[in-house]
Write a protein of this length. Sequence first.
Length: 285
Amino acid sequence: MPYKGETLTQQVNRVLMLRPDFFSILEAKNPFSREGVTVDLPLALKQWDALRAAFERAGLDVCVMEAWPGLEDMCFAANQAFVGMDREERSFAIPSRMLHRSRRDEVEHFARWYSQQGYRIVELGLEGEEFLEGAGDLLWNPDGDSVWAGYGHRSTLAAVDQFAALMDHMGFEVRKLELVDPYFYHLNLCFTPLVPGAVLIYPGAFAPETLAQIRGWAHTFEVSREEALQFVCNGVSVNGYYITPKITRHLEQILGSEGIEPIVVELTEFQKAGGSVASLKMLLP
């Protein structure tokens, strides 16, 4: 399958972030986090500022949303919605339904922001045990024609099925991926679209049938569990750069083969809560 040298067809020039003014770890929501772990907030703010500068270096305008007290995880701005452009180039946002009750109030603040920016808000009407966690589990392929959708830990298959039906109506394919390793509770922790036709993955995060499907759909660059636990798949590939919290020799070789330049940003304080580069942003196409 040809992939090398292809360019993005879905243009991205803005990114949404939220300052971690109230960031803390009050409960263990995933295997990376431990209840009561102390966050060095001044260091977290410094690291967040470095990430913002990295996005600007990659040619993105950074939009910053207001933080709200009492919503300590709100800075992980990937999770509260899924956003995109429809076939008529109209922007839309699909609000999430978060698994953890302590995060559900974040969604209305993000939906309000998107609405104020002119995004059409599309509600799926999820209820009961149906959950969908935005760009934590729903990732645009760089060609803008399809979406990779993870389920099994945070997002449920029933919710992904509803999302897929909506996207199919809009004219977009959804590729459903079953996640099986609890450390990789969101798709964006073990899977990164690099360029159209090529993805960076940790293969052990996926059910065997799903892994076979991924390998059939795209060229896969595969990293070890040790690398994945350092959040190398939680990076962002944009405008010829790969923004990552860690660079290994293996990852450097992968990026070099695609002509992608790495930008390394240390995000250790956020990794205590189980998130890194991709978790802290929403790309706005």
